[in-house]
Design a protein around this ligand. Structure first.
Ligand code: CAA
Length: 391
């Protein structure tokens, strides 16, 4: 794994940093307070190519690698995690899924506008009674010959009311369990698609989270992804990449919390010296900084494995598990370093602390990441071997 960034990767990171600090920061408290969707900001992110970063230029994307993507995710997540989750879902779950498994016609029709950000996509797996236990899908897609008839309800869907393109997992044959699940591409304006109210959430408050109801929606056969029965594997493969994006989001929350706490500790004086000179505070900063570096190494390793075409499922779970738990733990500490100021919105750390919680929940809870890692241990993957250089 190369620890030096290329000039292109550095340029992407710097562009994301400038955009986050100079554009997103100004209105982030207001948007968070009033749960306002970042309409203008997402438009600008689309223009900058952040919504289809890894899609090949042939389909209008940036053709960038996963390292560039996680660098951009980290910078944007230091400031606005509603924007970064919108970006992450569109890039990792929707665009990647269609580019990797879609037909040429699906790529022409859906991937191109998704990559340019002209359209936004959503990923509809979770249900009222199927969250971690994702094989227990109640949504059904009945084969009617030339189309599927889709019925069911999906919960907690990021981009729910804004997405024009839905990737929907549905059961075609309950007797086949996970082998009877298909993924279908559904358009939001088709008859029978209705959107529930916006969720009022603890964190990522301006992201667009809704339930979606499908009632007798006719989905043409050409909108099936890959083949009958591939829907669950599609969800799992896609989520492995998604977990790298969310791990990068958690890393951004952690490194953003550290930057704020370190700056505050330098300027705040108590007992005659900056609080950074008090060991009770400096120890917290040292722990935060070490955790951020450890998280960054895990996130970049998972991204690098993906870029090399090597297996990355386990690495993605480890990165997400570690980065999310560290973001939660240390964003609380960043609030503590700020004392009373940390408890008010103006100082930004309380928002990062609230945002951290969701990284332990969505795209597989921390408990599910442990389950994935533990299952790999029982298959004998105890240490991931260092790879010899291919040459
Ligand atoms: N790649 C390919 N195939 C995979 C896979 C992977 N990463 N993981 C599992 N599979 C395959 C298995 O090989 C198995 O197939 P075979 O029977 O052919 O061998 C099949 O999938 C079923 O796997 P399991 O037997 O392991 O299934 P399980 O029910 O025991 O558990 C699980 C699987 C890992 C717990 C899975 O259900 C899971 O990841 N749950 C969490 C769901 C999740 O992450 N939801 C996030 C919602 S989306 C979201 O949050 C987006 C957003 O808006 C931000």
């Amino acid at each position: 794994m190369n620890l030096y960034y290329t000039e292109e990767q550095i340029a992407v990171r710097d562009a994301a940093r400038d955009f986050a600090q100079n554009v997103l920061k100004a209105g982030v408290i207001e948007r968070d307070t009033h749960m306002t969707y970042p309409e203008e900001e997402i438009k600008q992110m689309a223009e900058m190519g952040f919504l289809g970063m890894m899609v090949s230029p042939e389909y209008g994307g940036g053709g960038m690698d996963t390292i560039s993507y996680v660098l951009a995710m980290e910078e944007i997540s230091k400031i606005d995690n509603s924007c970064s989750v919108i970006m992450s879902v569109n890039n990792s779950l929707v665009c990647w899924g269609i580019e990797t498994y879609g037909t040429e016609a699906q790529k022409q029709k859906y991937l191109k506008p998704l990559a340019s950000g002209e359209m936004i996509g959503c990923f509809c797996l979770s249900e009222p009674e199927a969250g971690s236990d994702a094989t227990s899908q109640r949504t059904t897609a009945i084969d009617m010959g030339d189309h599927y008839l889709l019925n069911g309800t999906k919960n907690w869907i990021t981009n729910g009311s804004k997405a024009k393109v839905h990737l929907v997992m549905a059961q075609t044959d309950a007797a086949k369990g996970h082998k009877g699940i298909n993924t279908l591409i559904v358009e939001s304006d088709w008859d029978g698609v209705s959107i529930g109210g916006k969720e009022d959430k603890l964190g990522i408050r301006s992201s667009d989270t809704h339930s979606i109801m499908y009632t007798d929606v006719k989905v043409p056969k050409e909108n099936l992804i890959k083949e009958d029965g591939f829907g669950f594997k599609f969800a799992m493969k896609t989520l492995s990449g998604g977990r790298i994006g969310i791990a990068a989001q958690a890393l951004g929350i952690l490194s953003g919390s550290l930057e704020l706490a370190a700056a505050y500790a330098e300027e705040r004086v108590a007992f005659g010296k900056p609080i950074s000179k008090h060991q009770s505070v400096s120890n917290k900063l040292a722990d935060m900084s070490t955790a951020a570096e450890a998280a960054r190494l895990l996130v970049h390793r998972a991204a690098w494995l993906k870029d090399q075409g090597l297996p990355y499922d386990n690495a993605a779970s480890m990165a997400k598990l570690y980065a999310a738990d560290a973001a939660m733990k240390h964003s609380v500490e960043a609030v503590q370093v700020h004392g009373g100021y940390g408890f008010v919105k103006e100082y930004h750390v309380e928002r990062l602390m609230r945002d951290a919680k969701i990284t332990q929940i969505y795209e597989g809870t921390s408990e599910i990441q442990k389950l994935v890692i533990a299952r790999n241990i029982s298959k004998g993957i105890i240490h991931e071997p260092l790879l010899a250089h291919p040459s």
